[in-house]
Every structure is written in structure tokens, then in C-alpha cells.
Ligand binder design. Structure first.
Ligand code: SAM
Length: 285
């Protein structure tokens, strides 16, 4: 018997389709039919999902969105501890992943309540799995910030990030984002994953520069996830960096400060620079 079937009061995080109703699992349907309460981002949207599967909403839907999640937390904890079965869904995909939900999960867990999952669709994992890029180590960056300064800082971080990077972007901003990325890492491979599980599902692969060019002055429609190749291992030309590093150490900087300064300027992996700095310091001593 699973934990879900054994325990009374609980919060169940239920993944729902990201475009294709057929992806709602039988377990998800059962939980949505049986739960005492269904927390949902948009009650109208979830009502539509339930009615498409022949499940009655019968007064069980409670809105839980980014504007009221904080104020709903105590009530959700109270219900779970009182023995109710509370289901949590978002409009699409897995709740809590760039969607509301993580606060109530945290609160119920902190209060000692049971949190279980009905896993299923999530745009992040679905996009990564069809990207054709390295999947062993990846980092999920959510939505790209809109403010210019924050965007720049985020993109600068990605220049050095060696893991595969997955992020969400709106169709209105995707061309601009790819153009900005092309200035920094135009030769990296990228997959633009659009409309997963829907009629116009598409994966466009190429270098960042190629895709930026193909998107220029075009309208992109539908929902988009971008999967960007991580930075390849850079082989340091140690002869050119040695002098700079030696000077920084001689000026009294610690190994750590010297490495931080230089790795920021030249964008080479911290680890390799650190090793080189230690060797130089030992030679000096
Ligand atoms: N929690 C959701 C999940 O687990 O998939 C993600 C929610 S986030 C608010 C919505 C973003 O996910 C969209 O802007 C888009 O970037 C991506 N997305 C959702 N459905 C998609 C689909 N069918 N195809 C491509 N991207 C999708």
C-alpha cells in the first residue's frame, strides 16, 4: 500500500498536462476526483480540466495563486492536520516549478504533515529530454529576468556555466533574448522547444547565432522553453595568464581574491585558475 493510500490528511502535488489532455495520469484523475479540496491557480481553468475528464468540481476548488499563496498557507496546513486530503494543481505542468505551490508544500512539511506527489508533465524536463543536448547535469533558471541589468547579470553567469541551462521565455521576447545571448555565446548549441505535446510541437536546433538570426524580425507563437549548451571546458593559455596572476599575488592579494578577480575578467573556470595560483604561490615561497 502506498503512503498516499495509507495516510488520511495529506497534501498531494498533482502534475497536469502542458497541452495534451491525454497526459493526465489515471492516478492524477483519481486524486482529483477524491480530494476534499483542490487548490488551483485559476479555478476556471481547473474546472475545465475536471469537466473534460468527467470529474465533478462540487465546490472543492480553492484559488491559490501568486497573490494569495502566503495568506492561504495557514488554512491549508490546518486542513491537512485535521485529516483532509488537499490536492494542489497549477494551470499546467508541475506545481511549484515556476508556478505557485512551493510555500504551501514547505508549510505543510514544516508542520509535520504528509506531502505526496502525482508526478507527470513538466515543460523543463520534457524540453530537456528532446533537446539533444547533454542531460547529465543541468540547471533550471526559470524565467529570464525582464530588467536590463538583471538580464545582463544572468547572461554573464551563463557564459561561465558548464551545465546545460534550461529556461522559460515568452514568445514576445525570445528573439531579443537570443540576440543578446548570441553576443556572448553565439557558437554554443541551443534547442528552442515550442508547443510541447500540442499540434505545432517543434524543436529547433542550431547554434545560438543561427537561431538568433532565424528569429530576427519574426513573430514566435506559442509556449517556449530554451535549452542552452553549457560552456565547454576552456583550456587556459597558462603562459599568458601566469604573469597577471603572479602580479596579483605579488600585490598582496590572497590566492582566492586573485583568482576571483581574474576569473571574472577572463571567464575561465575558477577551478583551473585556483590550481595555477596555488602552484605559483608555492613557487614564490
Ligand atoms: N509548472 C509548469 C511546468 O512544470 O511545466 C511551468 C509553468 S511556467 C508558468 C509556464 C512556462 O512553461 C511557459 O511560459 C513556457 O515557457 C513553459 N511551457 C509550458 N507549457 C509548455 C509547452 N507545452 N511547450 C513549451 N513550453 C511550455
Amino acid at each position: 500500500m502506498s503512503e498516499m493510500e495509507r495516510v488520511g490528511g495529506r497534501l498531494t502535488v498533482v502534475a497536469t498536462p502542458i497541452g495534451n489532455l491525454g497526459d493526465l495520469s489515471p492516478r492524477a484523475e483519481r486524486v482529483l476526483a477524491e480530494a476534499d479540496v483542490i487548490l488551483c491557480e485559476d479555478t476556471r481553468h481547473t474546472r475545465g480540466l475536471l469537466s473534460a475528464r468527467g470529474i465533478r468540481a462540487s465546490g472543492r476548488l480553492v484559488a491559490l495563486h501568486q497573490h494569495n499563496e502566503a495568506s492561504q498557507v495557514d488554512e491549508v496546513v490546518r486542513r491537512v492536520l485535521a485529516g483532509e486530503h488537499v490536492a494542489l494543481v497549477s494551470d499546467a505542468g508541475t506545481p511549484g516549478i515556476s508556478d505557485p505551490g512551493s510555500r504551501v508544500v514547505m508549510a505543510v512539511a514544516d508542520a509535520g504533515g504528509v506531502v505526496s506527489t502525482i508526478p507527470g508533465p513538466s515543460a523543463v524536463v520534457a524540453a530537456l529530454s528532446v533537446s539533444g543536448l547533454e542531460t547529465e547535469r543541468f540547471v533550471m533558471e526559470g524565467f529570464v529576468p525582464r530588467r536590463a541589468g538583471e538580464r545582463r547579470a544572468r547572461f554573464d553567469e551563463w557564459v561561465r556555466e558548464s551545465r546545460t541551462i534550461v529556461f522559460y521565455e515568452s514568445p514576445q521576447r525570445i528573439a531579443e533574448t537570443m540576440a543578446e545571448l548570441a553576443d556572448r555565446c553565439g557558437d554554443r548549441r541551443v534547442a528552442l522547444v515550442r508547443e510541447l505535446t500540442k499540434m505545432y510541437e517543434e524543436v529547433r536546433r542550431g547554434t545560438v547565432a543561427e537561431l538568433a538570426e532565424s528569429l530576427r524580425d519574426r513573430t514566435t507563437l506559442g509556449e517556449v522553453v530554451v535549452v542552452l549548451e553549457g560552456a565547454r571546458e576552456t583550456h587556459i593559455d597558462t603562459s599568458s595568464l601566469e604573469g597577471t596572476l603572479r602580479d596579483l599575488l605579488k600585490s598582496g592579494r590572497s590566492v582566492r581574491d586573485a583568482v576571483n578577480e581574474l576569473s571574472h575578467d577572463v571567464g575561465v573556470p575558477h577551478r583551473e585558475l585556483y590550481q595555477l595560483a596555488l602552484t605559483l604561490r608555492d613557487q614564490e615561497e
